[in-house]
Design a protein around this ligand. Sequence first.
Ligand SMILES: Cc1cc2nc3c(=O)[nH]c(=O)nc-3n(C[C@H](O)[C@H](O)[C@H](O)COP(=O)(O)OP(=O)(O)OC[C@H]3O[C@@H](n4cnc5c(N)ncnc54)[C@H](O)[C@@H]3O)c2cc1C
Length: 641
Amino acid sequence: MFTLDAKIPEGPLEQKWSRHKKERKLVAPNNRRKYEVIIVGTGLAGGAAAASLAEMGYKVKSFCIQDSARRAHSIAAQGGINAAKNYPNDGDSVWRLFYDTIKGGDYRSREANVYRLAEVSNNIIDQAVAQGVPFAREYSGLLANRSFGGAQVSRTFYARGQTGQQLLLGAYQAMMRQVEEGGIEYFPRHEMLEVVIIDGQARGIITRDLVTGDICRHEADAVVLATGGYGNVFYLSTNAKNSNVTAAWRAHKKGALFANPSFVQVHPTCIPVSGDYQSKLTLMSESLRNDGRVWVPRKKGDDRHPNDIPEEERFYYLEEKYPSFGNLVPRDVASRNAKIVCDQGLGVGETGLAVYLDFRDAIARDGEDVISAKYGNLFDMYENIAGENPYKQPMRIFPAVHYTMGGLWVDYNLMTTVPGLFATGEANFSDHGANRLGASALMQGLSDGYFVLPSTIGNYLADIKPGTRYGTDHDAFEQAAKEAQESIDRLLNIKGKRTIIDFHRTLGRIVWDKIGISRTKEGLEQAIEDIRSLREEFWTNVYVPGEKANYNKYLEFAGRVADFFELAELMAMDALDRNESCGCHLREEFQTEEGEAIRNDQDYAYVSAWEFKDRNGVLEEALHKEDLNFEFVELKQRSYK
Ligand SMILES: Cc1cc2nc3c(=O)[nH]c(=O)nc-3n(C[C@H](O)[C@H](O)[C@H](O)COP(=O)(O)OP(=O)(O)OC[C@H]3O[C@@H](n4cnc5c(N)ncnc54)[C@H](O)[C@@H]3O)c2cc1C
């Protein structure tokens, strides 16, 4: 039985983090080299942590699936990273960033964590600038800012539409410096399959060398999972195809609680689905909503070219419904409203599942050059994919799965319920409650990696005798390696008739239809049944070609899809438990006539943390609740009007 102790430091909100840093135990510099830390993942969260811990003197082993650390999914991030520097002098502050994030998350996140995130945000920008990250600048030389949803200030730092790439190059070069120096042992193309627990503590991992197929054992004093989000459970998402839940899910099955699995962000500005055989959706950055205006025709079935529809016949539904925030309402609100207008038959394009994002007025106001300087690469990307020129006609956009707020439950120190097992970045259940504000994921990943984990992990290691080693022939390693091998053999031996992609696509449709933008009790119950029967078929009828002892992309994907099946069921269970609407989680039974979420703070102001029990064809999970206490912020019905 777990006691969910979030280990939130006492004292005033503004002093919690500094007090915690003052009170925690330290590892002396000359002792740090005696500790080994495994970091799985080399995105912003994992890359930053590996570089920082190695720089401090710890011995780090870094793992990723890709052939290079810098191909982690973080490279895809476009729009920017938030920080409370208040360079535009428009009223921002640490408090305001904290408040916007708590409110944006619909009051389902921990105050102390979110305040720390806002506090650390400014250090991240300094760190990145020192590394040479080429943030956009004003003519004066000051770093430029733009606005993102859910905020009435401009606090988003950016490098054109390539912010994630530039930040990742910063973390990557810091990490590779340590690879060169010998502080980091680097294992690209290694997939973590199991976590190894000895005497209740995480002491290592089992990986598969993705080139040779070898099952490998790695021992350490602590293990950090920075393995990203699980949006690909939906099959179609904006995530990189390699993004998955395997590391987190296998850790969950070994005792790490999984929090808020049903909290999944659907991003309002993506290129709409165009056909059955599409494997990927493309994000058009939220930054576009700074200048682009969202609308649909007022008349149902109006199939005129958008440029021929006069102003008075255009329904700028976000501007009309939410005059204070207009097109910059948070993502959940924008996505839900896009669905509402499409459900009303006002959607555009061949499928009717799209709305316009129009730059006509911005181009008339600022000129094409200015718009191109801000968003040129995004406009080019749109034209390449959609075959239409967004300088000449509006983009067509529709919501798509984008980010997962749920993940491994962690305490204030970023430690899971398994001692010695930490989770950072998108892999943890994070600071974003039921809805993440734009440009806050990069902030959280880098806050965790550069600042929080390097500080909190020492507190754990200080209690472990330096140099303690059990050896990789210990029973726990034997057992974990055996489990990893057995599940690979099982998949290869099915030799069924249906492809892995076909199963994944079918699973994705169930999850999107029943656990997507909106949910109902009946739909969720049906989803559980459908997922179970599809999973049964998967284990008897999937065809996994190739062999285990070499490079086999099918085998990799099959293992991940198997984990997605189990996760999907838990997502439905979690959504079913929450008899309220909050943030991304819209239960149709709990909404106002206008389609706004009705939260129930009395009964549901908690983090759901699920404990894996056992499985004999049926997923058994026990729900634990971490009550969220709001001492500093008053819980209010969210309004962006
Ligand atoms: C298209 C797009 C644009 C975005 N734009 C923004 C933005 O502008 N601003 C913002 O704040 N956020 C943005 N986000 C969200 C943000 O990019 C992610 O949340 C963030 O980058 C996640 O970073 P991470 O380090 O946690 O994980 P990732 O970058 O996903 O890295 C995961 C790492 O784990 C490794 N890994 C995974 N599983 C295993 C395993 N089993 N074994 C070994 N290694 C494993 C991978 O190889 C990889 O190295 C965007 C997301 C998308 C999809």
